[in-house]
Design a protein around this ligand. Sequence first.
Ligand SMILES: Nc1nc2c(c(=O)[nH]1)N[C@H]1C(S)=C(S)[C@@H](COP(=O)(O)O)O[C@H]1N2
Ligand SMILES: [Mo]
Length: 242
Amino acid sequence: MTKPPDFDRHPELRPGWDRRQFIRSAAVGATIVAVGGALLRVAADDLTRSARAEDRPDGRKRLPPGQRVLEFLRPMGGQEGDGEAKTWKLKVHGAVAAPFEVDYANFLKLPQVTRTADVHCVTGWSMLGGLWKGVQIKKLAELAKIKDTARYVILEAAHGFTANVPLLEAFADNALVTYRVNDKPFALQHGAPVRGLIPDLYFWKSAKWITGLKFVKNDEPGYWEERGYHNHADPWKQERYG
Ligand SMILES: Nc1nc2c(c(=O)[nH]1)N[C@H]1C(S)=C(S)[C@@H](COP(=O)(O)O)O[C@H]1N2
Ligand SMILES: [Mo]
């Protein structure tokens, strides 16, 4: 390994050196990807390999086919909301007997849970083992007195973005309306102040900048579903495109 320069005398050499070390470490096991001009370190391949060897309690593989592990959520874009908790509201409506709207302060007074969840992006990365905090979608449905006729929930978000989810996946124990991951609030690009989380479907169903949950009897394909992505989006069946 090359000897580092004398950084006390030449501090301006530090960034270039760090960058070279970073690229070198990538060459010996980790992978790097360029995203919007920045270099992101992709978890060492052995993280992906060990995840491939694991099974979930429900018998499925920990890592769905065609995925590799990233250590952080990669920002995937989308039309941002204003990110403000002060003005944020969630509307729970549709096929329910007691529709309601709740602001951020009152949302925090609803029963909170913290759940582990893996997320899987259709572009091929997964982030495993995040600790997500929020309110379960099944709890919000119960509070709104969901009707027997409801079969799907439409996650509604800023600027008209929607995602349709069957109640089977939406009522999973770790399907949430969430405002913290690993004890941190979401950055604006990740959906601040509050986003949806549907862990067992591809991550595009997890609407960022969420504004509402609409329970419906008949399915309503959402933003990405209308643009060629699969209507259901099960990562273990590789339901990527429609
Ligand atoms: N409101 C909204 N939510 C969205 C999207 C979007 O465009 N708008 N994109 C989805 C897609 S395609 C993905 S992969 C995830 C990415 O979340 P991240 O940027 O936090 O990684 O958000 C999903 N939620
Ligand atoms: Mo995506």
